[in-house]
Design a protein around this ligand. Structure first.
Ligand code: PMP
Length: 399
């Protein structure tokens, strides 16, 4: 027998939470950490457009535009290009889950937190993980990489292009050729560097490249562009076992994005429609500005910031200018200061976010990110003024 609706309503024992009866409050902040960065009004407005069905033909057109925007941003002609419904970690997992089978050898370069994460992801899905390790800020020579490829014979080699936990832009040239020599796929993380530092997927022979939406692209967090070339497709579509994740299985995702040549796109999951609208707009802004202009602009503003930081008496964590990531600058924690107090002061008095280190760089650095929309000399001045003020007002605890 059905219970009456009135009985059901009276059976509610948990009252509406008081916080839900108050309006949503979101502060305005300068997001000058390593991400998310501030989202320009045009991208926010795109994300605020009406929701349409994720399987409507207009949405397919928008997804096709996104694919083209990613191909431009990555400098690739890869057909297998799409955006993950999820943050950068979704792209990391998608790459590893699809091209690696349990028991296969994977080589991961670890010079900050991102290599640590990928090593853990690969280990969780049953790969034999080998690591090449350097302290945060260190980089790997092509000779070191070749030695490890020859020794471990991995099916996949992972490298972070923009190591945001250390502020390092890793050299890429020649590594794609090495991976081909040893019959290995090259997977590169460009979450923190895409649009800010030069990267050419096809020319640099990167087999799988992913990024995030919330850094130099200035879209809200929650979508992650990714692209696989033919070598990567060959490996992932000729596997013996199914990938451990249903959501990230590229046989389904390639159909959802219209990449598998089948006449119909089937329901797989409901994509983040608003996130895709915003991502499309952010890719459009990058296309209008031009990649080379964007790279040049990030470099110029970063150099302006670096000079200002040195004028304040601060030391930059990455000594070699050519290895510094233009989007995320790392400052060695100034002697005597508690880094958390400096950050708390800037949020409280300047509404301005910088962050500390992450993973192995915790306690070593303060990170300043000026990415995309946030990348300007006037914002660099704001960051410098906030830091200078914090250095004056926060107590020095150690000698
Ligand atoms: N890789 C790098 C280099 C990153 O900077 C980040 C985000 N800080 C990620 C991966 C992970 O991205 P997400 O937080 O969007 O999952």
């Amino acid at each position: 027998m059905c219970r009456k609706l009135s009985n059901l309503i009276s059976s509610v024992t948990i009252p509406p939470p008081a916080c839900m009866l108050l309006p949503l409050e979101v502060p305005n902040r300068y997001l000058f950490g390593p991400g998310p960065s501030n989202v320009p009004p045009r991208v926010l407005a795109a994300g605020g457009r009406p929701i349409i069905g994720h399987l409507h033909h207009e949405m397919y057109e928008i997804m096709n535009d996104i694919k083209k925007g990613i191909q431009y941003a990555f400098q690739t002609n890869n057909h297998m290009t799409l955006a993950m419904s999820g943050s950068g970690h979704a792209a990391m997992e998608c790459a590893v889950f699809n091209v690696v089978e349990p028991g296969e050898s994977v080589l991961v370069s670890v010079n900050g937190v991102w290599g640590e994460r990928v090593a853990e992801i690969a280990e969780r899905m049953g790969a034999k993980v080998h690591t090449l390790v350097k302290a945060p800020g260190g980089y790997f020579t092509n000779e070191e990489i070749e030695k490890a490829l020859a020794k471990h014979k991995p099916v996949l080699f992972f490298l972070t292009h923009g190591e945001s936990s250390a502020g390092l832009a890793h050299p890429i040239d020649g590594i794609g050729d090495l991976c081909r020599k040893y019959d290995c796929l090259l997977l590169v993380d460009s979450v923190a560097s895409l649009g800010a530092a030069p990267l050419l997927m096809d020319q640099q022979k990167i087999d799988i490249l992913y990024t995030g939406s919330q850094k130099a692209l200035n879209a809200p967090p929650g979508t992650a562009p990714i692209s696989f070339n033919d070598r990567a497709c060959h490996k992932m579509f000729n596997r013996k076992t199914k990938p451990v994740s249903y959501l990230f299985d590229m046989t389904h995702l390639s159909n959802y994005w219209g990449n598998d040549g089948k006449p119909a796109r089937d329901y797989h999951h409901t994509g983040p429609v608003s996130g895709f609208l915003a991502l499309r707009e952010s890719l459009a802004i990058l296309a209008e500005k031009g990649l080379e202009n964007s790279w040049r602009h990030h470099k110029e503003v970063a150099e302006y910031l670096w000079k200002g930081l040195e004028d304040l008496g601060l030391k930059l964590f990455i000594k070699d200018k050519d290895l510094r990531l233009p989007s995320v600058t790392t400052i060695t924690i100034p002697d005597g200061y508690e880094w958390k107090e400096l950050l708390a002061y800037m949020i409280k008095h300047h509404q301005l976010e910088m962050t500390g280190g992450l993973g192995p760089s915790i306690g070593m650095v303060i990170r300043v990110g000026l990415m995309g929309y946030n990348c300007s000399t006037s914002n660099a001045d704001k960051a410098l003024a906030a830091l200078s003020d914090a250095l004056k007002h926060c107590p020095k605890r150690k000698a």
